[in-house]
Ligand binder design. Structure first.
Ligand SMILES: [Fe+2]
Ligand SMILES: [Fe+2]
Length: 277
């Protein structure tokens, strides 16, 4: 059975599904449909859509401002559950972020490979969310058992009108940050002997490099289209939309692999010298 939804319609369906497991199941299904249709040479139309400003979310977890989310010692069993829960929350947001970039900016004419990349990224984020849920469940917990950060969708709202701003802040800042911190997390679970979590986090770590690379690739593509200097525009957009400086240490090797050279991110570790008042 094939329906004739546009890719944007599919994105809206995922964004408006609240339950995490249901959202990711739909995301996997649509990604497979897209892949099969591409292989057959009959991809769906991209279409046009009006995505919700915020995606549908399950009733649980309760969303709290970051300063109200309780901190737990990362070495303790509760601390490890909290860490997996936080990653599950990030992955669920990432599923929505990748479908949202497809739908939100569907009016911008892009090569079809751009859609291949974000559909693949959304498919992988869906797997990542389920891996984290499986780990939580094997430890007697589940996604929704703890509170989670409320601010996770802010970058999407801030860049809802700015395609290049979205690429700069989401894959090239937020997902790149994942490359910096994931090896340390893997170490925590290795020390605790939790092989499931180590394997899951290694899968995530391996696949996230490509998501950052997609961001860098299409950001550079748009700079070329508009005859802009990529590094300068990147600095301007990150300072405009990302409300903090970037925090070292950076995973310079994986960032390089993803097409992010040091002169893109190091200057953003400091406030803009030109904006001092
Ligand atoms: Fe992910
Ligand atoms: Fe990702």
């Amino acid at each position: 059975m094939t329906d004739h939804k546009t890719l944007s319609d599919m994105a809206i369906d995922v964004l408006t599904t609240a339950d995490g497991r249901a959202k990711t199941a739909l995301s996997h299904r649509y990604a497979a449909q897209w892949r099969d249709a591409r292989a057959a040479g009959t991809p769906p139309e991209i279409g046009l859509a009006n995505p919700p400003l915020r995606p549908a979310r399950p009733v649980r977890p309760e969303l709290l401002s970051p300063r109200d989310v309780p901190r737990r010692r990362p070495g303790s069993p509760e601390g490890r559950i909290a860490l997996l829960h936080a990653v599950a929350h990030i992955e669920l947001n990432a599923v929505d972020l990748h479908w949202d970039i497809i739908a939100r900016f569907a009016d911008v004419k892009m090569p079809i490979g751009y859609y291949d990349d974000w559909v693949k990224a959304a498919d992988e984020e869906s797997k990542h969310f389920n891996l984290m849920c499986d780990c939580l469940e094997s430890l007697g917990s589940h996604y929704g058992a703890l509170p989670a950060h409320a601010g996770m969708w802010r970058a999407a709202e801030d860049t809802a009108q700015d395609h290049m701003g979205r690429l700069a802040v989401v894959p090239m800042v937020l997902e790149a940050r994942g490359l910096d911190v994931t090896p340390g997390m893997i170490e925590i679970f290795r020390k605790a002997g939790d092989k499931n979590a180590v394997a899951a986090l290694e899968t995530i770590y391996g696949e996230e490099v490509a998501h950052v690379a997609y961001g860098s690739k299409w950001f550079h593509f748009l700079c070329g289209r508009h005859d802009l200097d990529p590094k300068e525009v990147f600095h301007t957009l990150v300072r405009r939309y990302f409300h903090s400086t970037l925090k070292p240490p950076f995973n310079e090797e994986k960032r390089a692999e993803a097409g992010l050279p040091p002169d893109f991110y190091w200057p953003l570790t400091q406030d803009d010298p030109d904006s001092a008042t």
